[in-house]
Write a protein that binds this ligand. Structure first.
Ligand code: ZN
Length: 381
């Protein structure tokens, strides 16, 4: 008894000491690590007793923002998550590596990205697949040029193609520059959608810039649901439909992620903040270890976002048949860092059999698109 008491007092004292020393072993902001264990739990707090909010697997890359008591903080599914640090291997900073390369070469052999956010493709046209993305100021050694496209050497040793008119080495003439669709990640015109251009001249959302943010992508699968369904894939197909509907209503739509690649929360917010954005909507599907948990909810961060959350969420729950989990205030980073009114929608649980069977239908995803469109029309009027 005596031993136990003094033991717990010592532990309490140690914990107290730790609280007095904030930022112990603070990791560098935004450092990238690779998961070294087969499966790794992401927890809500830096403790083994804390709730598991997600899973990562070997080879996944995570961006780490701070460190506490041997745990590192990242973001998972739009919320703060903690990972035991000893399961992570630090990766070298690719940006630093790029800079070193460019210093050693004459600048004429390098290409610097000038647009905010640009797709890297497997070949010299927009019909080739997207293999990654790059951002304003990134510099790459130039390998070859084919028409209006530059082939560059990437930090991982592979090669990719970037539209020259989005770099400091423009090959396109003024004329072809106008005809060529921009290949920026956030610019939805990449798909050469002419109806989108026509419709932006009319319709009830004409004149509004809407940023649609499909959650996760690339190495970040988001939540993993029943049957191994990835949140990132369902989010992609849903956002494609949402984007089409919004354009049909006349909106100018900017998409933070086209295709399956990783974009950090900072980059998502940066894309939104680079435009005169009227509303930012992040799309997600939810997961929970208890199979019975189901339904949809909408998150907002600050009071100025509440009306947007209210309009879109009420439009959603009047249109779909999933359980209404309500509108919740949460200090999500992607919402906090976005200047425009912003919301994060959790469009159902991929860990609940009934939700999942509905979510996977295009009928449901159309209803979501319709709900967002109608909610925005109500919001702006
Ligand atoms: Zn998510």
């Amino acid at each position: 008894m005596n031993f136990l008491r003094s033991f717990s007092i010592s532990i309490g004292f140690l914990l107290f000491l730790l609280l007095l020393i904030p930022n112990v072993g603070q990791a560098q902001e935004g450092r990238t690590y690779e998961v070294s264990s087969a499966v790794l739990n992401v927890r809500g707090e830096p403790s083994n007793n804390s709730e598991i909010i997600g899973l990562l697997s070997k080879g996944n890359n995570v961006m780490v923002f701070q460190e506490k008591y041997g745990w590192v903080q990242t973001y998972y599914g739009g919320q703060v998550g903690w990972i035991a640090k000893h399961h992570l291997i630090p990766l070298t900073n690719t940006h630093t590596a790029d800079r070193n390369v460019s210093e050693n070469q004459s600048s004429s052999n390098n290409v610097t990205v000038t647009a905010t956010s640009v797709n890297i493709r497997s070949g010299p046209s927009t019909s080739y697949s997207i293999i990654g993305s790059t951002y304003s100021g990134d510099t790459y050694p130039l390998v070859a040029t084919d028409g209006d496209w530059h082939q560059v050497s990437l930090a991982n040793g592979s090669r990719g193609w970037i539209a020259s008119w989005l770099t400091d080495k423009t090959t396109a003439s003024e004329e072809s520059n106008q005809i060529s669709p921009a290949d920026t990640v956030e610019n939805g015109l990449t798909d050469n959608d002419n109806t989108a251009i026509d419709s932006s001249t009319g319709g009830s959302l004409a004149g509004y810039n809407i940023v649609i943010d499909p959650g996760h992508g690339g190495n970040d699968p988001g939540a993993i649901g029943l049957g191994g369904v990835y949140e990132k894939d369902l989010v992609s197909s849903t956002s494609d439909i949402v984007v089409k509907q919004l354009r049909a209503a006349g909106a100018t739509v900017i998409v933070t992620r086209l295709g399956d690649h990783y974009i950090s929360l900072n980059q998502r917010a940066h894309i939104s903040n680079s435009y005169n954005t009227d509303a930012f909507i992040s799309l997600h599907y939810n997961a929970f270890p208890i199979i019975g948990v189901h339904g949809v909810n909408t998150y907002y961060s600050s009071q100025s976002d509440y009306q947007l959350a209210r309009n879109v969420h009420s439009s959603l729950v009047s249109n779909v048949n999933l359980n209404n989990r309500g509108i919740i205030q949460e200090n999500y980073k992607v919402l906090r860092s976005t200047n425009a009114p912003s919301i994060l929608m959790e469009l159902g649980f991929i860990t609940n059999p009934n939700d999942l069977s509905i979510i996977q239908t295009s009928d449901y995803q159309f209803k979501v698109a319709q709900s967002i469109t109608n909610g925005l029309i109500n919001y702006f009027n």
